[in-house]
Design a protein around this ligand. Structure first.
Ligand code: MD3
Ligand code: FE
Length: 214
């Protein structure tokens, strides 16, 4: 092994598909700032388990910040300007989150990304997210940026039809994933989180997805 074999600048962006880019460790330098910003958000809008339109309790704990928040109940899936728990608007989108998402999107080729919604997903060991598409946003030309924190996960990256084979993509603490364009409506999910204790976040995984929903 010679010095030039060492990856001194960290792992490089990986293009997973034509309009999907994984930025390994992209958020690592801002984890503390992100957690500081999330604390008051989750005080005002605590994590909760929503129910699917069919009445099933979702395993993932969920909250939102930004002008719009994703909700699910017997009426269906949709974005709402109001937190149904409090009757109040969702907490503001922290500028550190907004800025990180815009920088990641630009690196992936999506200039001028201005998120108005951040969905906060909370996973305990064993929690999974079944294969689905994100289709509740108004404009599918807008990308989505996802930030992974805490325990590692295996992300299922499927095709445009549910029946297509999925690739398994490991996502670890600090990874950022950006997708849009023709990849925007791919089916995707998360395998059950393996038991473990993350040195910073403990027995949990938090995923932040930033979207332009309205
Ligand atoms: C690739 N969240 O909130 S984020 C969701 O880790 C959601 O919590 C997952 O799926 C999580 O809707 C995955 C990464 C992701 C999300 C949507 C995609 C990747 C995607 C849509 C198409 C392609
Ligand atoms: Fe999704």
């Amino acid at each position: 092994m010679i010095q030039s074999d060492l990856d001194l600048f960290g792992p490089q962006p990986q293009r997973l598909a034509s309009h999907t880019v994984l930025l390994p460790g992209f958020a690592l330098g801002e984890v503390e700032a992100l957690l500081d910003a999330l604390r008051p958000v989750l005080r005002a809008a605590p994590l909760r388990h929503m129910h699917t339109p069919g009445g099933l309790r979702m395993a993932v704990g969920l909250s939102n910040c930004g002008a719009l928040g994703w909700i699910s109940d017997e009426q269906g899936y949709r974005y709402s300007p109001v937190d149904p728990l409090s009757g109040q608007p969702w907490p503001d989108l922290p500028p550190v989150l907004q800025a990180l998402a815009a920088r990641a999107a630009a690196l992936a080729g999506f200039d001028g990304f201005l998120a108005d919604a951040c969905l906060i997903n909370h996973y305990l060991p064993g929690t999974r997210l079944s294969l689905h598409q994100d289709r509740d946003e108004r404009d599918y030309d807008q990308p989505i940026v996802s930030i992974s924190l805490g325990l590692p996960a295996v992300f299922l990256f499927g095709g445009l039809q549910r029946s297509a084979q999925s690739r398994r993509i490991p996502l670890t603490h600090g990874d950022v994933l950006v997708w849009g364009g023709e990849d925007r409506l791919r089916f995707h999910g998360v395998l059950p989180i393996k038991p473990g204790v993350h040195p910073r976040l403990g027995e949990r995984r938090i995923n932040l997805t930033l979207r332009k929903a309205g």
